[in-house]
Design a protein. Sequence first.
Length: 248
Amino acid sequence: MTSERILEAARALFAARGYRATSMQAIADRVGITKAALYYHFDSKEHLLQHLTIPLLDELEAVLAEAEAGDDPERVRWRAIEGYVDVHLRHRHTLTMLVKDMTLLVQAPIADRFRAAIALANDLVAGPGGGLEQRVRACQVVAGLADPVVLFRDEPAERLRALILAGARTLLGDPLPAALPAPLAAPVPARSRPRGRGGGRPSLLGPAQAAQARALHADGVAAEEIAARFQVSRATVYRYLKTSESEI
C-alpha cells in the first residue's frame, strides 16, 4: 500500500538525515509519487511522526503492563527487561530516528508517554520495596537496554538481544534470569511450542535461543543450567555450542 511505502521511506530518511532536515518533497521523491499525492495520505510531517512513533509506544506500554500483572517479582523484572528490549529491537529504525533528533523526545505527547514507560520499567526492574541502591541499579539497567539497539543497529537482532540481556544480568548480579526469554515476535502459546518425539522436551533451539545459549555459556553458565533454562537436553545444548551461527 502507498501509505506503508510512505511510512517506510519517512522512517529511513528521518533516521539517516534527521526529522527536521527531511522535507516532504524528499519523502515523495523516495516513494516515487508527487508531493500532492503524499499530502493526500499524510497532511504533515508531524502526522508521519505520530504514525511512526505510536506503534513503538503502544507496544512498550503493553509489554510493561503485561509484566506488571505478574505475581513473582523476579519474573516481573525479567518480563519487563526482555519485553523492553524486544520492542526496541522491532522498532530500531524509529528509535534511531528519535535519537537522531533528540528534540523530538521532549515533545508532548511523545515525551510524556516515554517518561511514563521508562519510570514504570525502572520500578519493575527495581522490584517492590527496593532501596536507593536497587533503584539506581535498575535505572542503569533500563538506560542500557535501548542504547545498544541504536549504536549497533546493523547487527543481527538475535545476537544483539542475547548480548544486551547478558549485560543486564551482569549489572543485576543474576547468573540466570528467572523468566523464559520473550521472542522478538509475538509469543507462541505454551501448548504450541515444538516438542520432541513422544511429546517430550523440544530437540531444537531457535536462532535467538541458540545465540542466548552461547552467550550464557560464555558467561560461565553450565550446560545443565542452560538445558533447564530452555527445557532441552544437555546433548542439544552441546550440539548448539559446537555449531557456529553460520551453520544454523
